[in-house]
Design a protein around this ligand. Sequence first.
Ligand code: ZN
Length: 205
Amino acid sequence: MAQRTFDSGERPPYHARAMANPLLDRVPPEDLADCGQVIETEEKIKNLTRLVEIIEADLAAVPAQLVPAKWRTAPVGIKLVFSWADGREEIPALQGRVAAAIAAVCQRCLEPCEIAVEIDLNMLLLRALPRSKDVESGFPDGEVWELAEDTIRPLDIVEEALIMALPLSPVHSSQDLCGPLADNVVSEKPDIVRPFAGLKLRLGK
Ligand SMILES: [Zn+2]
């Protein structure tokens, strides 16, 4: 008979909420904090439509035969843990990790490359800035994530985090992987401004 055991300290998965897909449902962040929602799953790049648009725009400059065929189906590893940041249960917090290999154009050789993006999430989900002093002292490492609406769709946060983590000047992880143009391009300064570069600076600290 099949038997599932859990190591001491490891808790069984949380299944209390009957949701079709907690990544896609739009709910108040307070609800997710209240039930301690944990989302551990894998998505595909192709389901992150704004990210896909950015990648497509990047790759448009590359000869089609060089574009990696399967970049859209590359996996996005997702772990999200919702909780309350404060004892008064006023500030929903989100911690977790997002990891993906994202296709981009190497700014050294102008050929497609794969950028490994790994983000540790540590966010306070707030509806309005400025934050109070209480927030800063109680959760000093949390990055304030300003919510535009009363509800969130967790996948949107994953996508936003990935977009903001994209390097401004992606390059192959080693110059050995670069194409023949690398020697010509290496001294030039890439002049690329991503649409979310400003946002990254604003939320950076
Ligand atoms: Zn390269």
